[in-house]
Design a protein around this ligand. Structure first.
Ligand code: ZN
Length: 331
């Protein structure tokens, strides 16, 4: 199921009308395709003529204006013509035999702080052709960097979110200064709600883009199955952890992993920071120690890089508990 979302500016009646128009257009397009499949030697003109017949037979088709009906038939013909073209030019691979259009399962209207949105839920499989890269990556999500991978490169925490939070604080202060039940208070509350929405979207957007880039560039991802809820209970760290929005990031990693058919492995989080990725001996260090220095084998490595290597190692050993894959909904 795919969800497309658009911002709209209209009334409920508008939305009902839009919904109906979409269904009718698809209905006509599919009817045209069916006619072409069932009858030899159908021309573009035949399809256009069939529109008039459909409008007479189905009252809901008559409610759609004639130009839109024609456009639906033309679209069906465009799909057919493209298929013929591909056959004639002997295009390699699939020729794109015209398909019946996906059914729109539902159209949903959502009210948010900054307006009305319409969501089209489409019944469809989303497939992505993964280009193999031969890379297996372990990632360590952290406080210093958003994550560090087992090749030692780190992705930075998004600073724009910090800035946005400052803006939110300002909006909070503004709201608290306004007199109760006043118009200005109403306005301030609305501004704050909008501000929150913006930060939420920026967070989600960042997490999604990072996850997509990560999955596209590797054939296996291993991460630590952090109990994020437990971490957040530690108040000193809570803010940064929420900022980084790891939960949402890891959910997107799982989602894109599923789309690309690549393995995403959650490993148990025991001693991934302490253990030496070189010799396997346990080297305890406090959170403030940023470098792993092994007294046993002499390995010196960035703390998070060492952890990422251990995470990857655990995944390849098969000491894993695979997590469920699921698609996070856009906020
Ligand atoms: Zn060592």
């Amino acid at each position: 199921m795919l969800v497309y979302e658009y911002k709209l500016d209209g009334t409920k009646q508008h939305y009902v009308a839009i919904d109906e128009a979409i269904r009718t257009v698809q209905f006509i397009r599919n009817k045209c395709l069916r006619l072409w499949m069932d009858t030899r030697g159908i021309s573009k003109n035949d399809l256009q003529c069939s529109c008039a017949t459909l409008a007479k037979t189905y009252p809901f088709a008559a409610r759609l204006n004639s130009q839109a009906r024609q456009a639906a038939a033309d679209r069906a013909w465009a799909a057919i013509a493209r298929f013929y073209d591909n056959c004639r030019t002997k295009k390699p691979g699939k020729k794109g035999y015209p398909q019946f259009q996906h059914e729109i399962k539902r159209v949903r209207i959502i009210r948010r702080a900054d307006g009305y949105f319409v969501q089209f839920c489409v019944k469809a499989e989303r497939k992505v052709e993964h280009q193999p890269t031969g890379r297996h990556l372990g990632i360590d999500v952290g406080l210093k960097a958003f994550y560090t991978d087992s090749e030692g490169s780190a992705r930075e925490n998004p600073r724009f979110l910090r800035k946005a939070e400052k803006r939110l604080k300002r909006l909070h202060r503004r709201l608290s200064r306004k007199q109760k039940k006043s118009q200005n208070r109403k306005k301030a509350r609305k501004a704050l709600a909008k501000g929150y929405l913006k930060v939420q979207r920026q967070r989600e957007d960042f997490a999604r883009k990072m996850a997509n880039a990560l999955i596209s560039s590797s054939d296996l991802i291993a991460y630590e199955d952090l109990k994020i809820a437990n971490l957040v209970r530690n108040h000193r760290l809570a803010k940064s952890i929420n900022d980084a929005s790891w939960g949402s990031f890891l959910a997107w990693v799982n989602y894109y992993g599923m789309l690309h058919h690549i393995q995403v492995v959650a490993v148990t989080p025991h001693f991934t920071s302490a253990d030496c990725s070189g010799c396997g001996k346990r080297v305890y260090k406090s959170l403030s120690v940023r470098t792993h220095v092994c007294p046993h084998c002499g390995l010196v490595l960035d703390r998070d890089h060492n952890a990422a290597l251990n995470i990857l190692q655990k995944a390849s050993e098969g000491t894993v508990g695979h997590t469920e894959t699921y698609a996070p909904m856009r906020a």
